[in-house]
Write a protein that binds this ligand. Sequence first.
Ligand code: ARG
Length: 256
Amino acid sequence: MKKFLAVLLAAVMICISFVACSSETKTDETGNDTQQATLTMATNAEFPPYEYKEGDKVVGIDAEIAQAIADELGMKLEIVDTKFDAIIPGVQSGKYDMGMAGMTVTPEREQSVSFSNSYATGIQSIIVKEGSDIKSVDDLSSETKIGVQLGTTGDIYASDDFGAEAVAQYDKGADAVQALIAGKVDCVIIDNEPAKAFVAANTGLTILETSYAEEDYAICFAKDNTELQTKVNDALKKLIDNGTVKTIVDKYISAE
Ligand code: ARG
């Protein structure tokens, strides 16, 4: 009886270790066990509702769409949180497989990386303090102090239009908003959805009616990684067509 129990225990242990070891393997259509490849996505989790932290976890629209894409591709998603302006260089060097960060497609960026099809649109909006003299984009000039997140399109456009002197760059959009509250800058130019989140999280701020620029968000890849670009585009098309992308967006952005 003792021997039987020992054998049973040993069998149970083997089963447990087998299950533990095989948790990362998947059986493909031909019945073979395949090791699940990792899809590394770089983001900058300072951009609600597209990406932000909940505890240690990066959550938001991009995180969920990326997970759905990884599921489609049978890959394991790994999200790396880094500085926004470190995403493109990291993707170019192959440190990350892709970058997904509410990132706007621009001709300049297309010189460095290639983009997926667009999965969302953004608008550069202007946040001011309630009662500000700045009533519309026409009130901005080289005399205005404009807060932006470093390396974003808000930064690039404002620097182009009003000169680098007018622009104060912050690592995080939230820091630019704190500078506005503290009176260090006169306005903040940032994408509309984070703008709404920042205005909602603080008192005395408002978003101007007039927007500054309209843009498309897409996922970026190293230029030579056309294989992943194609696979992600196929998955994205499926997830847009079957309503998954819309369901994810609706979870974070309520229709106005
Ligand atoms: N759409 C803007 C851009 O591409 C801002 C993106 C900022 N994203 C972020 N995760 N911080 O420049």
